[in-house]
Design a protein around this ligand. Sequence first.
Ligand SMILES: [Fe+2]
Ligand SMILES: [Fe+2]
Length: 288
Amino acid sequence: MPAHPLPAIPSHSVWATKKAQDAEASFYEATNLPEPVWRERFAWEMRAAHSLFTNLVKRVYLFAHDAVEQDDLLNYLGFSEVAIYQVYNHHHFEETVIFPYLIEHGADRASLEGNVQDHHTFTRAMDATWLYIRRVRALLPDAARYPSPVPEPDEEIQTIDIVGEYGLDPSKGFDPTLLQKHMDTWLGTMMDHMLEEIDTIGPSMTEAVGEENLKQLGVIVLKHLQAYDPKWFLCSSFATVNMDCCKTLLKLPYLVRRILVPYVWAGKYWGMWQYCEHPENLTWAGTA
Ligand SMILES: [Fe+2]
Ligand SMILES: [Fe+2]
């Protein structure tokens, strides 16, 4: 089944601004570049990861009205939750594992802690989006048969008063205009952060940390990625990023890439992955 055709970009949205489009293009470029020398590898990986996230959240935004018109909310909201969770999880991983490791091994503390502070300029509104999507979906008929593949939000997130603080009321059903309006409040800040972060992890940071320590970090990162539930992590990543880039970044065994992803994990939520750019990557032919 092919990808759903991408709806037009509303002229008032962040996606129509030159700044966002330049950031998207810069991230996307990395997914088509060969693996660089070790000094530039970390920034290259981060740009590719940021391309995955911007691509996913852009689709959450753009498909909101279509999903209502097509009466496909169970799939669309499921996809959307995975998309937002990918970004949430990325920041959490940076804050708890990646940046502390880099600081401990010689990276400039102030720049990396600055990245963490930047996260907090938009993550509460983003987490509220996650809660809204999750709760609206949970109220749909059939949600119990197709439970979200994403883990429960932690207690801190659960306590966000999404109705009082943000006017996001799941009991009123899904409101695509409201979702887009709310996303407009944080997407620009998120994009700025994702672009600025790249400057803090270039060669001056990698040289301070050293090649051997970065290799060790690579091992830690891979272990984390491989421990995520493939039903949300691998499926949405494969269906978004080109396969050569997936292979270089994830280094999955043949059996996982060619058999488990297409034949075991992708099937149950196939309707979600049609909101991704490349659902064909979740097939036998696409994983070659
Ligand atoms: Fe990042
Ligand atoms: Fe970040």
